[in-house]
Design a protein. Structure first.
Length: 398
């Protein structure tokens, strides 16, 4: 389906297979919370967000974050997959398709990262602990696992009914399935905790349910943490082993490799400047004072390097045959080309396309300018009012 370039390297711009799909190039827009679904409603702003990316040349854009369960929303402004969201999501995928790209739905359960106060329901985690909103979580029961697994299956069917071409299962950032993988967060002594195979059982069961719900005509991928970036958390050797388990199960068309913890270390995912003052300004006054005391510990600062996850991701190339998607601060066309030359099947871009949605189209037309994202990460606090690049200024909504 795809003609190789010089030296057998696949070209960036040319048809590429992802399971049952044919993508027009090898650059996809990774999931970044859009902050454009007040009270969980699909808005014209959310649709325009992805329409811009589609018109800008990416082969596929990923909608984040679609919750499968009410208590699994990040907060009450998160879209919940179900009959209520189906018309809006159908409009979104229709707009993306009309603009020339495919649409992927990132599905998941926030687990301990959920804001229990906003959701009006306790956050869930493998073992009882304090969650992201400061309240104690409730330990997941066996009946919870059965229910949530079925929620994933139904959510996948809703996504397909809405016209999504691909479903990405969120296995990262210490959301529920990722927290089960973590030996730090999963202290269970039953069949869902302890040894790695038991900690991976829930994630594998969910991926199988999503594949069943999606059917054969839709691609299924997973976003997997390579490392949590916290002491005692999920690490690289265990992640490679889990990736091998997922590959052996045979339900995935690709793995997107990530890292970090939305619960304990979000900057491990982003790298670059830590916008503590801007983030603190989004918090209510009592929390703002507390954040000033713990902000440096919660939002650590890591130096930015182009394709910063590539050293860890290379370890997966030699261990797996499943296609791999490289993520992590990609701003340059030569980085995309070298990643494909190494054996990665696709690259995922986020912040660079937030600032310049048309960057991919310009590269395809022959430009080779680097993306203009400066990795100030001030887009992070903007998720509460509509995710945008503060350097680029306001974006059109039409």
């Amino acid at each position: 389906m795809t003609a190789d370039g010089p030296g057998g390297v696949p070209p960036v711009f040319g048809p590429a297979r992802l399971g049952p799909l044919t993508l027009k190039n090898r650059i996809v827009k990774s999931a970044t919370f859009e902050g454009a679904s007040p009270k969980g409603v699909v808005t014209d702003e959310l649709i325009a967000f992805h329409e811009r990316v589609a018109r800008g040349g990416a082969s596929m854009t990923t909608v984040a974050y679609l919750a499968v369960s009410p208590e699994g929303r990040t907060d009450r402004h998160c879209v919940l997959l179900g009959e209520g969201s189906l018309p809006g999501l159908s409009r979104l995928t229709g707009a993306v398709h009309a603009a020339g790209a495919l649409a992927s739905a990132q599905v998941g359960h926030a687990g301990p990262v959920a804001n229990s106060k906003s959701n009006g329901a306790p956050a869930l985690s493998p073992s009882r602990r304090f969650g992201a909103s400061g309240s104690l979580t409730r330990a997941v029961t066996g009946s919870d696992i059965d229910r949530i697994t079925e929620d994933y299956r139904r959510g996948a069917r809703t996504a397909v009914d809405a016209g999504f071409d691909c479903i990405e299962v969120h296995l990262g950032h210490n959301y529920l399935l990722s927290s089960f993988l973590s030996p730090k967060l999963n202290r269970r002594s039953d069949g869902w905790g302890g040894a790695l195979e038991a900690r991976a059982r829930f994630a594998r069961q969910v991926v199988a349910a999503v594949r069943d719900g999606a059917g054969p005509a839709v691609a299924v991928t997973a976003k997997l943490n390579m490392v949590d970036g916290v002491p005692g958390g999920f690490d690289l050797p265990e992640s490679i082993d889990v990736a091998r388990m997922l590959e052996a199960d045979g339900h995935l068309d690709a793995l997107e490799l990530t890292g970090g913890s939305s619960l304990s270390n979000p900057m491990y995912l982003f790298r670059g400047d830590a916008p503590r003052a801007e983030f603190a300004a989004t918090l209510p006054q009592p929390l703002r004072l507390g954040f000033k005391m713990v902000g440096k510990r919660f939002m650590k600062e890591y130096p930015f390097e182009e394709a910063y996850f590539r050293p860890e991701a290379r370890r997966f190339l030699g261990a797996l045959d499943v296609p791999l998607i490289l993520l992590g601060g990609i701003n340059r066309l030569d980085t995309v080309e070298s990643a494909l030359a190494e054996g990665f099947s696709f690259v995922a871009m986020a912040r660079a396309l937030l600032r310049e949605p048309d960057l991919v189209a310009r590269w395809e037309q022959g430009e080779r300018d680097d993306g203009r994202c400066i990795h100030c990460n001030r887009c992070m606090p903007s998720i509460y009012t509509g995710t945008t690049c503060v350097e680029a200024g306001p974006v059109p909504t039409g």
